[in-house]
Design a protein around this ligand. Structure first.
Ligand code: NAP
Length: 243
């Protein structure tokens, strides 16, 4: 089974940045699979995009639940025979007021389950399908809050934002980007981390300065990089972010 159209999977695409990333990829003529842990939310999001003439389909995907990842792998294999773009967007945060010294280890585990281990499970499970693409792209939606260089720079506007569990999960995610990109360096597959910037979503809140349209731009750019584009990098507003 194969299709001439490119096929993209976006995790956590029922709302927020994931939905907008799927929409912008869909507008480029790419078939988009709307990963959603809630079946109805995914269906409604896909129907919305379909009404905008985008080829969108909901897939039930909880990135912390391996059987659901395996079902998605099987579905993509049967329907499309390959995967061209994987955007690991699903993510959670926690109470921003928790101090590092008394940060509950249970919450650290919970955040890492989604933001780090979930990405590894999804990506490693789908890698065989990504290898079947002519030039697959993997985008890990990270955060500048995960940059150790930025976090340790007193002059940085992010210096005071010490939200430990979340920040550390994104630092670990960036390590996965570097390691996977290295492993795949001789292949056409590119792996990059993207920070969308601080944007208005349920996670970002109302006071965020950016829109989801702005936030989706860098992940979509990385998802559609040409052959001479970067791999193993970390970008915000299409500019390199220090690790
Ligand atoms: P959001 O509005 O809260 O959306 C998060 C999405 O992730 C939702 O679709 C949610 O599904 C999904 N999700 C959570 N846990 C999941 C799981 N276990 N399996 C599958 N899906 C799951 O957040 P957002 O602002 O769009 O954030 C998207 C990404 O951008 C995250 O990785 C976040 O860390 C990153 N980011 C955001 C900002 C910002 O300012 N907004 C800044 C930097 C980085 P449900 O609807 O079922 O909860």
């Amino acid at each position: 089974m194969s299709t001439p159209k490119q096929v993209a999977l976006v995790t956590g695409a029922n709302k927020g940045l994931g939905f907008e990333i799927a929409r912008q990829l869909g507008r480029r003529g790419i078939t988009v699979l709307i990963g959603s842990r809630d079946k109805d939310k995914g269906r409604i999001a896909a129907e919305y995009l379909t009404s905008e003439n985008i080829d969108a389909h909901g897939v039930i995907l909880d990135v912390t639940h391996f059987p659901s990842i395996e079902r998605v792998r099987h579905f993509i294999e049967q329907e499309y025979g390959r995967l061209d773009i994987l955007v690991n967007n699903a993510g959670i945060h926690h109470d921003w007021t928790l101090k590092t010294s008394d940060f509950p280890v249970e919450i650290t585990h919970e955040v890492f389950e989604t933001n780090f281990f979930g990405v590894i499970s999804v990506t490693n499970t789908l890698l065989s399908l990504l290898r079947k693409s002519e030039a697959a792209r993997i985008v890990n939606v990270s955060s500048t809050l995960g940059s150790l260089s930025v976090q340790s720079d007193p002059a940085s506007p992010y210096y005071e934002m010490k939200t430990f569990g979340y920040n550390a999960s994104k630092t670990a995610l960036n390590a996965y980007t570097v390691h996977l990109a290295h492993e795949l360096r001789e292949t056409p597959i590119k792996v990059n981390s993207a920070c969308p910037g601080w944007v208005k979503t349920d996670m970002g809140g109302e006071n965020a300065p950016g829109t989801v349209e702005q936030g989706a731009d860098t992940p979509v750019w990385l998802a559609t990089l040409p052959a001479d584009g970067p791999t193993g990098g970390f970008f915000n507003s299409r500019e390199s972010v220090p690790w």
